[in-house]
Ligand binder design. Structure first.
Ligand code: FES
Length: 162
């Protein structure tokens, strides 16, 4: 007696079997698309990186408890400081010096996100380089530079000098 395979029986190709030429081309193009997406992310610097956040009460000088942020002890380590509706990034330069930028986009005031080597505005796509210079999108000016200075276990962020 002859048996017929049930309708749900599938022939699953081995992992190395690319099936038809059309399937092969589709798979290759999907792989290339993924690579292009990853590459574009790196080139356009549009990906965000996780940065820990310190929330501060509104003040002209914010005091960040530096011992709670050991990333600030290493060159390139960065935190985000949120103050009211505004914010800033503080980056360690690794020699006891810090660079600080306002996180407020100079286009229409959205808060920018930190990328690997950039700051990126999620609202209209402005991109700033790691020094805060506007390099893409509608932002008309660089991010405002702020002063940050370590005093023992406190890292002071000066939102307004004077
Ligand atoms: S508010 Fe940042 S690009 Fe428009």
């Amino acid at each position: 007696m002859e048996t017929t395979p049930r309708a749900s029986t599938k022939i699953v190709p081995a992992a190395w079997d690319c099936g038809t030429r059309r399937n092969f081309i589709e798979r290759v193009s999907r792989g290339v698309s993924s690579l292009v997406a990853c590459g574009a992310c790196g080139l356009l610097q549009g990906c965000t990186v996780p940065v820990r956040t310190f929330r501060a009460r509104p003040s002209r000088v914010v005091e960040v408890p530096a011992s709670r942020y050991p990333e600030l002890d290493h060159r390139g380590g960065m935190i985000k400081v949120l103050v009211g509706r505004g914010g800033a990034f503080i980056r360690s330069e690794g020699d006891g010096n810090y660079t600080a930028f306002s996180a407020v986009c100079t286009h229409q005031g959205c808060l920018v996100d930190a990328g690997r080597d950039s700051f990126n505005c999620p609202c209209h796509g402005s991109v700033y380089d790691r020094e805060g210079k506007n390099i893409a999108g509608p932002a008309p000016r660089p991010l405002a530079r702020l002063r940050a200075q370590r005093e023992g276990e406190v890292l002071k962020l000066f939102l307004q000098d004077g």
